[in-house]
Design a protein around this ligand. Structure first.
Ligand SMILES: NC(=O)c1ccc[n+]([C@@H]2O[C@H](COP(=O)([O-])OP(=O)(O)OC[C@H]3O[C@@H](n4cnc5c(N)ncnc54)[C@H](O)[C@@H]3O)[C@@H](O)[C@H]2O)c1
Ligand SMILES: [Fe+2]
Length: 371
């Protein structure tokens, strides 16, 4: 028997932020990062919230969701006892809210709290996933945690909120979506449901990511990337991820490389590694056929080569660094941490769903290739 669990109600399209106007007489806690307060984005949210609500703001979100921030948030949750939590921002803000909520539920103080996620990046898909990621700065390890109890109750996808994303973050987060779609497509938990979503996500990326990078105020393209992000999010939340994410988490935690960028650097090497399995290779070729990258009568080897070339070209056109050294990792630091990162990647929560068995040595070899 197979299982597909979908929980989050999704509101998308023009004026979807208006959904918030339906909340009345509640204690609302908004979790976001300081940048979105400073650039005025938060006003868009505050403007639609009814005056009958009591609203409190938490601006302590930091990139990559440190465990310490979740701890601070959990203490505030105990005092304020919100009825609704609005997570507003990129994956870091949404994951912070999910982490806090998880602890709140464990402590039996957040049983009925409604979580509404409003992504401002496209993105992690965290607004529709059962996953949260947090970094332990002491050990430099990133931890991913899946639990059905942290699925947001609602996700609001309002593309206008993503118009302010600068090109580099557009590129990084867009390649995170690409990695979610491709990892979910070949993951051990993939199914007809998740394949359909992953294929559509890649199709939308092909159509719109470069447009978003080159012309940030293209609302239609921004909307399509937000849809791609949520589709890929649902796909991986059900199907699982794989070794690109296992390694990206640890590379991010140790060398402080943005999550999407780490995935972008890894993705093609992971396709080559996992593609050594015949079934997985066939699946990558299928992605190229289904999305129209190549005609269906093209040889599978050529189809996979086109997929890899597409990814390489996209990264080049978006001026993304292609190696860890280009991201500023020194040879000394790389040598110092390579084994530690490899072992942690092997123990990462995404590794079990990778379609091929991997060893720490495989990860180390791959890391040396991308250095
Ligand atoms: N839970 C999940 O399912 C899941 C999936 C993938 C990744 N993640 C995690 O999410 C985190 C990364 O999230 P992210 O890539 O969205 O980045 P992020 O949330 O860290 O944000 C990156 C930067 O973009 C800024 N920003 C956000 N929205 C903006 C906007 N509209 N305009 C201008 N600037 C804006 C932020 O202030 C921040 O400086 C990582 O910790 C990663 O591991 C979680
Ligand atoms: Fe990701």
């Amino acid at each position: 028997m197979e299982r597909v669990y979908l929980k989050t109600k999704i509101f998308y399209g023009e004026n979807s932020l208006e959904r918030l106007a339906s909340i009345c007489e509640k204690r609302i806690w908004i979790i976001c990062d300081k940048f979105l307060i400073d650039n005025g984005s938060i006003r868009r949210v505050l403007e639609v919230i009814d005056n009958s609500n009591e609203v409190k703001l938490f601006n302590g979100v930091l990139p990559d969701t440190p465990l310490t921030v979740i701890g601070k948030g959990a203490a505030i949750l105990t005092q304020f006892k919100p009825e609704v939590i609005i997570a507003f921002g990129g994956g870091s803000a949404i994951d912070t809210a999910k982490g806090i909520l998880y602890f709140g539920r464990e402590m039996k103080i957040a049983g009925n709290v409604r979580l509404i996620a409003i992504p401002t990046t496209s993105g992690t898909g965290s607004e529709v996933t059962a996953a949260t990621v947090a970094v332990d700065h002491e050990t430099k390890q990133k931890h991913i945690f899946f639990d059905d109890s942290i699925y947001p109750d609602e996700a609001i996808l309002d593309a206008k909120l993503t118009l302010t994303l600068p090109p580099d973050i557009t590129a990084n987060t867009g390649m995170d979506v690409m990695t979610h779609a491709l990892e979910a497509y070949v993951a051990k938990g993939s199914s007809v449901y998740t394949d359909a979503m992953a294929e559509k996500a890649v199709e939308l990326i092909m159509k719109s990511l470069l447009k978003c990078y080159r012309c940030g105020d293209d609302l239609e393209a921004r909307g399509e990337m937000l849809l791609a992000s949520s589709l890929a999010g649902i796909a991986f939340s059900i199907a699982g991820l794989g070794m690109s994410h296992s390694i990206a988490h640890q590379v991010g935690g140790t060398f402080h490389i943005a999550h999407g960028l780490a995935n972008a650097i890894l993705l093609n090497e992971v396709i080559l590694f996992n593609g050594q399995d015949e079934k997985v290779f066939t699946k990558y070729a299928k992605m190229a056929y289904q999305t129209g990258m190549v005609e269906r009568n093209v040889d599978p080897k050529l189809a996979v080569a086109v997929l890899i070339t597409f990814i390489r070209s996209l990264k080049k056109l978006m001026n993304m660094p292609v190696s860890l050294s280009e991201c500023g990792v020194t040879q000394a630091d790389f040598d110092k941490y390579v084994q530690y990162v490899s072992q942690n990647a092997l123990n990462d929560g995404c590794t079990p769903m990778n379609p091929r068995q991997i060893t720490a040595q495989d990860v180390e070899t791959l890391l040396k290739k991308i250095y």
